[in-house]
Ligand binder design. Structure first.
Ligand SMILES: [Zn+2]
Length: 123
């Protein structure tokens, strides 16, 4: 495990996360597919928001469980609270500094059939 820094595009939202990036998850649900989100789910003690709490807006839909945060200035969704683990933080690996996406093991999650798939989610 190592500590990564991450941020939104404009840099108002900044955070640190301590994790190991194997695996990361790609979900095909209606929102993740559109955003191209790459998921890394960590317990809250391994995530630290450094700045930007007041710059976040939140989108909710469906079961209203997930809290889809995004920067209200640049629109980038760098982390959020996932439906699968509402007590954890789900970081968008694409927003981490210095991570080569091509080198990661990406595990697919069939979020379009969420109820049938949730038991297979490895975090
Ligand atoms: Zn921003």
């Amino acid at each position: 495990m190592r500590t990564y820094t991450g941020r939104c595009h404009c840099g108002r939202v900044r955070f640190e996360v301590t994790a190991d990036l194997t695996p990361v998850t790609e979900c095909n649900c209606s929102i993740c597919a559109r955003k191209g989100y790459l998921h890394l789910i960590v317990p809250p003690e391994r995530f630290r928001l450094l700045s930007g709490a007041d710059d976040l807006a939140t989108y909710r839909f469906g079961t209203m469980t997930a809290r889809h945060h995004f920067c209200r200035h640049c629109g980038v969704a760098s982390f959020y609270v996932p439906r699968s683990h509402p007590d954890r933080i789900d970081v968008n690996v694409r927003c981490l500094d210095g991570v080569e996406i091509a080198g990661l093991r990406i595990q697919p999650f069939d979020g379009r059939h969420w109820e049938a798939s949730i038991g297979t989610l490895e975090v």
